[in-house]
Ligand binder design. Structure first.
Ligand code: C2E
Ligand code: CA
Ligand code: CA
Length: 408
């Protein structure tokens, strides 16, 4: 594995010295070492470490010199973990984790009287790790994430969440066919916060379960009003987004069933949207739940199609009723040959499997015309309507009817 090498030491060999730059950590694979603090006559034994133990990780992570001298007590084999390797892992880690790690390290050093300034040979500045530690943007991002995570836990009780509704229309005559419920957070100090920012946070903190329940309940409650926009005998569909932790929740199917029954809403009027990445990553968990939802008559849309590089086999195997082509491909339809091919094959495949198709993110008439010619079923995008509070839907619909053939 890159960044991991082995080193051999004979009895009494020095592995590292107090004050050396800490550019790697070690795991003892065989043998044992002694750890000594202080220098000269002050030197004292603080630990003897044997197989499986790790040392040198603090200096490695916070870029400070070694705080102890380590010597082999018997012939010893060590696995060396390079800083580059750890840096690469850290750079990919969440900013909160990066920030917390640095805070913990500085507290650790402080409480042991190991302040960086106490060593003359400070580690060379300027490489990626040190730059990261100093990076104000990163720190600001971490602080924002931490305080958002804290505030999010009150957002539900404080009535700060709201569902916006974005219309879906039929290609061709523009008839309204349904709405997608999209979550918004009205933060008292920071204003409107995008779900792209707080949904991942809710997933990490476990708040997604309560949030998800709230979304299901509110969307169906709002649907009781919105469904009256269709004349008797016709019906539209309300779509909600579910993320992986929600979908793997124990009683998700029962929760949805109960909510539908309580509000007297036919299951066919609900559609659940799952992203392609969720489906691929948690196929085992998801497939049983999807089958049960489908049996109930609830629609299932594969969201963001094209972004997860899904194999076609599982598309055939799972009970999707609809494919939503991701907006990046829709928006590049006329400029990227690759996007054009992805959209065309998605539409062909859906037709072959008897699924409907939604193109999302349509902003231009020319793109809509081309998608209609390519056989796409439904359209969603700013060209037709932005996500809006429920109260604004009737005014939007009046304007929409004036632009497109009215609902009969
Ligand atoms: P999504 O499910 O792919 O939703 C479509 C996103 O595209 C929405 O962003 C919508 O506002 C945006 N959009 C629609 N038409 C256009 C267009 O013409 N141009 C452009 N540039 N954008 C358009 P939004 O509302 O910010 O939501 C972002 C994502 O957050 C959603 O992506 C979904 O994955 C997630 N999300 C939203 N609400 C919920 C929720 O209640 N639960 C869960 N689990 N996730 C949610
Ligand atoms: Ca969606
Ligand atoms: Ca999408």
């Amino acid at each position: 594995m890159d960044g991991l090498t082995r080193e051999h030491f004979s009895t009494q060999d020095t592995v590292c010295r107090l004050g050396d730059p800490g550019d790697c950590a070690y795991v003892i694979e065989e043998g044992c070492v002694e750890v000594l603090r202080g220098e000269g006559t002050d030197q004292r034994l603080v630990a003897v470490l044997s197989e499986g133990a790790m040392f040198g990780e603090v200096a490695l992570l916070d870029h400070q010199p070694r705080t102890a001298t380590v010597r082999a007590l018997v012939p010893t084999r060590l696995v060396r973990i390079e800083r580059d390797h750890v840096e690469q892992l850290l750079i990919r880690a969440d900013p909160v984790i990066q920030h917390l790690l640095r805070l913990l390290l500085s507290r650790f050093r402080h409480s042991f009287g190991l302040n960086p300034g106490s060593y003359p040979q400070a580690a060379p500045l300027g490489d990626a790790m040190y730059a990261l530690a100093q990076d104000r943007d990163l720190q600001a991002a971490a602080v924002r994430t931490l305080s958002l995570a804290r505030d999010l836990s009150h957002a539900l009780e404080a009535d700060q969440l709201e569902l916006y509704y974005q219309p879906l229309v039929a290609f061709g005559d523009g008839a309204l066919t349904g709405f997608e419920a999209l979550l918004r957070w009205h933060h008292p100090k920071l204003g409107l916060i995008s779900p792209m920012e707080f949904i991942p946070l809710a997933e990490k903190t476990g708040l997604i379960h309560r949030t998800g329940l709230w979304v299901i309940e509110r969307a169906l409650l709002d649907w009781l009003d919105l469904r009256t926009l269709w004349p008797d005998g016709e019906s539209g569909q309300i779509s909600i987004n579910l993320s992986a932790p929600e979908l793997s929740g124990e009683n998700i199917v029962e929760t949805i069933q109960n909510s539908l029954q309580r509000h007297g809403i036919p299951p066919r009027e609900l559609r659940v949207e799952l992203t392609e990445t969720i489906v691929i990553r948690s196929l085992d968990v998801v497939s049983g739940t999807l089958a049960r939802l489908r049996q109930e008559g609830i629609g299932i849309a594969l969201d963001d199609f094209g972004t997860g590089y899904a194999g076609l086999d599982y598309l055939r195997a799972l009970p999707f009723s609809c494919i939503k082509v991701d907006k990046t491909f829709v928006q590049q339809l006329q400029t990227s040959e690759r996007s054009f091919h992805i959209v065309r094959s998605a539409l062909e495949l859906a037709r072959e499997l008897g699924m409907s198709t939604v193109a999302e993110g349509i902003e231009e008439q020319a793109v809509a015309d081309q998608l209609l010619a390519m056989g796409c079923t439904y359209a969603q995008g700013y060209l037709y309507g932005r996500p809006m509070p429920k109260a604004m839907v009737p005014a939007w619909l009046a304007g929409h009817r004036a632009r497109f053939t009215p609902l009969s």
